[in-house]
Design a protein around this ligand. Structure first.
Ligand code: GDP
Ligand code: IMO
Ligand code: MG
Length: 423
């Protein structure tokens, strides 16, 4: 009986997809527990690149069961496009992918509402991915949502009622839109969805655990985008933290084993909101170029900066992280010096915690600067090859974060992954 959780500790895009794929051979089941197609999880192996949005990243490794849990919000159209593309590329998934009947459906009008709310916010907009995430979770919590299981009985009626409610809101906002094409595709995709195993995934997972099977829960987004603990209101609309795996899959907290927290060797953010270590200079541009920091879902430029240990300590605390995984170390291969933020200065006063009302303008990061390693690490196969300066960087991070770094990623490919054995 064992459930491990793997989740992002920053503002998303830490490299969760790659690592879930690497770890999948150690598990029987891989399950997504929250978020929806706002996620873009990239995997690379055998010269191919795949971007997954709603389908768990365990789908490529043998005959594992992959589950889309109740905590996820699912857009049938985007799901159909994603699933068909995978099937076309020789990865059949109808037998292996199980979808919770309790997962909520993203309706075409949810996407329109997402755009309308963003437009209404004007300058203070969140910069959402535009996938209807916020409005769908809003309907879930206000007890107005439609769930995957609803497509099996009297669906037309339920859909018409939900759509009419949304149309009233959009009318009251004077928001112009046309959903004809979007809706046509969406209704076709509802039929496609029926071809999958629609299950009570909480029973399935708990029964598998009873049989001694192991589960890896795959987080989406990151802790600083968590609706409770992130940089609110510039967050997503779900609990991205470890507790989300319990509510998003129906797993008791006593079943959770390892909590893997993923971070980049630096930090990025897409969309609006505070980002204390953001770099607006040539260094930030260099990180963006070397790290190919452009969104997997929207293609937007990712904002880049140095690693933020204040935010990371907070993320480790609220998740109960037991092991760290550091991604994209190779992106810093060619820097004279590397910086790590160890505190914030606000109004001349230094603090070492993430403040309630964080304002970008009056926050100044306090940095420790270390020598860079100036070595191409992308072809390394063991930690024994790590340069001295890189070892000093990871030692420093482990000491500051009081958590061991167990996996180091040195490139996007499945093979560019180094497991550390030293304590
Ligand atoms: P996720 O949303 O957390 O799964 O991360 P994304 O897929 O959105 O973004 C991570 C990006 O970094 C993808 O393009 C990956 O292919 C790439 N990537 C992952 N690990 C590494 C690494 O160690 N080095 C480099 N250079 N790229 C990586
Ligand atoms: P993965 O799983 C990075 C950000 C958006 C926006 C905010 C709210 O690939 O790491 P939403 O559409 O969720 O209402 O947008 O959250 N965001 C992400 N940023 N990676 C993601 O997912 C994200 N999912 C949402 O940019 O700032
Ligand atoms: Mg991503």
């Amino acid at each position: 009986m064992k459930v491990d959780v793997l989740l992002g500790l920053q503002w998303g895009d830490e490299g969760k997809g790659k690592v879930v794929d690497v770890l999948t051979p150690n598990y029987d089941v891989v399950a997504r527990f929250q978020g929806g197609p706002n996620a873009g999880h990239t995997l690379e192996f055998e010269g191919q690149k795949y971007v997954l949005r709603s389908i768990p990243s365990g789908i490529f490794q043998g005959d594992k069961v992959n589950i889309i849990g109740n905590g996820v919000v699912l857009d049938p159209s985007l799901f159909k496009a994603e699933a068909e593309a995978l099937e076309m590329s020789g990865h059949p998934l109808k037998e292996r992918l199980h979808i919770s009947k309790k997962a909520h459906l993203i309706l075409p009008t949810h996407r329109i509402l997402d755009a309308a709310y963003e437009a209404a916010k004007g300058k203070s907009k969140v910069g959402t991915t535009g996938k209807g995430i916020g409005p769908t979770y809003t309907d879930k919590v206000s007890r107005n949502g439609l769930r995957v299981g609803d497509i099996l009985h009297n669906f037309e009626e339920k859909y018409a009622a939900a759509k009419a409610r949304h149309e009233d809101i959009l009318k009251s906002m004077n928001y112009e839109y046309d959903i004809t094409e979007l809706e046509k595709q969406w209704l076709e995709a509802i039929e496609y969805l029926k071809e999958f195993h629609l299950v009570d995934s909480e029973h399935e997972i708990n029964n598998l655990l009873k049989e001694g099977k192991t589960v890896l829960c795959e987080g989406a987004q990151g802790t600083m985008l968590d609706v409770d603990f992130g940089s609110y209101p510039f967050v997503t609309s779900s609990n991205t933290i470890c507790a989300g795996a319990c509510t998003g899959l129906g797993i008791g907290p006593n079943k959770i084993g390892e909590v893997y927290g993923i971070m980049k060797a630096y930090c990025t953010r897409v969309g609006a909101g505070p980002f204390p270590t953001e770099l607006f200079d040539e260094t930030g541009k260099k990180i963006r170029d070397l790290g190919h920091e452009y969104g997997a879902v929207t293609g937007r430029e990712r904002r880049c900066g140095w690693i933020d240990l204040v935010a990371l300590k907070y993320a480790i605390m609220v998740n109960g992280v037991t092991k760290l995984i550091m991604m994209k170390s190779d992106v810093l291969d060619d820097f004279e010096t590397i910086k790590a933020c160890v505190g914030y200065k606000i109004g001349g006063q230094e603090i070492d915690y993430f403040p309630f009302d964080i304002k970008e303008d009056d926050i100044e990061p306090v940095y420790v600067e270390m020598p860079g390693w100036k070595t191409d690490m992308t072809k390394f196969t063991s930690e024994n090859e790590f340069p001295e300066e890189f070892n000093a960087y990871i030692d420093f991070l482990e000491t500051q974060l009081e958590t061991p770094i167990k996996i180091i990623s040195i490139g996007p490919d499945r093979d560019q992954t180094i497991v550390r054995y030293t304590e």
